[in-house]
Design a protein. Structure first.
Length: 254
């Protein structure tokens, strides 16, 4: 089972969705992935919806307060959010949000890497992150779609101590290792895409073809239909509010 009780520094530990329509997003993802939502008040009339499988937290969503593109945010566990944010800025990142306390559960910062990919760092206090990963419906991997390979592969190992190993040549793909554990992936963006670097969150699926059909029925769109990779199959999709995410069917780590 992919149950977790903590994360070593440098490990992807959480993801949440900032969306323009929290109720619409809840309906879409619970219909697609079977998540159990629980609305938690977080002050100033705001709600943070915890999403669970079998009572264990897997991710969350919330309604954005400002006009922004709906998106999933990848969180990396760190020992000291202030020190890690400072180091990231020294390495060329931009602080979108300086380190701040999230009630009593942790301390975080939101950063943009030198090529424009947004991610978060999380210093655990009462909450360490996802209690379940690598199981159907739970987060399985975070992938950097990179516009500048050299810059990305210099920045992240310097910040988190990651080790990168090339897993395939066509397309060129690198596994991200934190210690001995596979922690994520990196792939080149097509040069003609013109898209900035960005992180893409994958969730595990037991039935990728069935999920592809449900995405459309629930109001989303399949952007990359089910496609084979060495470890299984993937698809990339957008939800009804245009946030991108991916699904993976195949071999997972415990």
């Amino acid at each position: 089972m992919g149950e977790r009780t903590g994360y070593a520094p440098g490990t992807f530990c959480w993801t949440d969705l900032g969306t323009s329509d929290a109720e619409g997003a809840k309906a879409f993802y619970t219909g697609l992935l079977g998540w159990e939502p629980e609305d938690l008040p977080v002050g100033d009339g705001q709600t943070y919806t915890m999403l669970r499988i079998g009572g264990k937290s897997v991710c969350a969503l919330y309604r954005q307060q400002a006009e922004a593109q709906p998106a999933w945010l990848s969180y990396v566990s760190v020992e000291d959010a202030d020190a890690s944010a400072g180091k990231a800025v020294e390495l060329g990142a931009t602080a979108i949000s300086e380190p701040f306390d999230v009630l009593t559960v942790g301390r975080m910062a939101v950063l943009k890497d030198p090529e424009g990919a947004v991610f978060a760092i999380w210093e655990a206090k009462e909450s360490f992150g996802a209690e379940l990963v690598n199981e159907p419906g739970a987060m399985v991997i975070n992938q950097l779609n990179m516009a500048d390979r050299e810059a990305a592969q210099e920045f992240y190992p310097a910040l988190f101590g990651w080790r990168l190993e090339q897993a395939s040549e066509d397309p060129p793909y690198w596994g991200i290792y934190n210690g001995d554990g596979l922690n994520g992936g990196m792939v080149d963006l097509p040069p003609a895409s013109g898209a900035p670097s960005h992180w893409l969150v994958y969730f595990t699926s037991e039935d990728l073809d069935g999920a592809a059909g449900r995405i459309g029925e629930l109001g989303g769109e399949v952007l990359v239909p089910p496609a084979p990779i060495p470890a299984g199959r993937i698809l990339v999709a957008s939800d009804p509010q245009s946030a991108h995410f991916a699904l993976f069917e195949g071999r997972v780590h415990p």
